[in-house]
Write a protein that binds this ligand. Structure first.
Ligand code: NCD
Ligand code: ZN
Length: 334
């Protein structure tokens, strides 16, 4: 049986820079038509010059005629409407990180004062630039995302015309928020559809499954799986594929991030097939995103998968992928 997907999109992706970019960009470009590229480099992408030159490096490294990087800036409350307007053709979204909450987010926001945020967020709503949010507080690790709900509610109600994307949601509380506010949307990763905290730390510690936000409880995973499998129009696939070199993961002080880009479509196909929902996969991996991000142009590509074993490599360059060495059920037809 063949499964064909049209213009699959990865709406949350870390491509890094330098040698790592050279390794990972072609892997995403091989299967995805485009991706929202996260700005958490060192230093973060905060200027026009940094954004345009990073885009150039991505295009060069991706080795593809079609792959489209959708660029983002690292949120600063000092961005003016004039600045954002001048960048509008190159800028797809802005990513907001609370300070220090995850990899390379030290320069993020240390408080959520509506009046301080108002000028930039109003400009973004007027210019149709979505706000992507890493929604975690610095509270107890299992409660961080649920505690952030009140901030999502504050943002959604104060800026009703702003599209707010709750990135990589992991809890049933976040799923419930989607239906409470018209302007809230979400990305869901592959790994959060598959694992719980038990897989990360219930047996021997699995550094390659350690990420922010940490995987939660079975009931949270079930809530995520439900909206993904039904093709809920407010959720989109965003891998949050976040490569770190093996030595940074298999270390005392393990870096957060799961690397899934080269296996994402194969595993999603297997998962949606298993749940007899493969007819909803197109919505989850592309159509919903195109309806939510009305400011993107998507190249028309097709990718076909078939039921043929794919043995996941132990490593891609210096990076160990999720399911390294394991056999997947579906392969990409080349
Ligand atoms: C991401 C990274 O490594 O950049 N890590 C992660 O665990 N997901 C950052 C992020 O999206 O939180
Ligand atoms: Zn991320």
């Amino acid at each position: 049986m063949f499964i064909t997907l049209t213009s699959p999109l990865d709406m949350h992706l870390h491509l890094r820079d330098g040698a790592m970019l050279q390794t990972v960009a072609p892997l995403s470009a091989e299967t995805f038509a485009g991706a929202i590229v996260m700005p958490n480099l060192v230093p973060p992408i905060e200027t026009e010059e940094a954004l345009l030159s990073y885009k150039e490096r991505i295009l060069k490294a991706s080795n593809s005629e079609t792959f489209t990087p959708y660029m983002t800036l690292f949120f600063k409350p000092t961005y003016t409407k004039e600045f954002l307007e001048s960048l509008k053709d190159e800028l797809t979204a802005i990513k907001l990180y609370p300070a220090g909450i995850t990899t390379n987010s030290e320069g993020g926001l240390s408080g959520f004062d509506v009046e301080e945020l108002r000028p930039t967020l109003t400009a973004m709503s007027e210019l149709n630039i979505p706000l992507c949010v890493h929604g975690e507080t610095n509270g107890f690790v299992m409660d961080r995302e649920a505690e952030f709900s009140s901030i999502y509610e504050m943002l959604a109600s104060n800026f009703p015309k702003l599209k707010i994307i709750m990135e990589h949601i992991t809890t049933k509380e976040s799923v419930a928020l989607l239906d409470k506010f018209e302007n809230l949307y979400a990305t869901i990763t592959l790994h959060h559809l598959l694992i719980t905290l038990d897989d990360v730390a219930g047996g021997m510690l699995q550094p390659h499954l350690f990420c922010k936000p940490i995987a939660k409880r079975p009931e949270d995973r079930a809530a995520l799986l439900k909206v993904a499998l039904e093709g809920h129009p407010k959720v989109m696939f965003g891998s949050d594929s976040a490569p770190h070199p093996q030595h940074a993961k298999e270390a005392c002080g393990c870096a957060a991030g799961v690397f899934t880009a080269p296996i994402a479509l194969q595993v999603l196909t297997e998962l949606f097939m298993k749940h007899s929902s493969v007819q909803k996969l197109q919505a989850f991996v592309s159509d919903n995103a195109q309806k939510i991000y009305t400011n993107i142009t998507v190249p028309k590509t097709t990718i076909t998968l078939d039921e043929r074993a794919f043995v996941v490599p132990d490593k891609y360059g210096e990076v160990v992928p999720m399911y390294a060495g394991e056999t997947l059920k579906y392969s990409i037809v080349i």
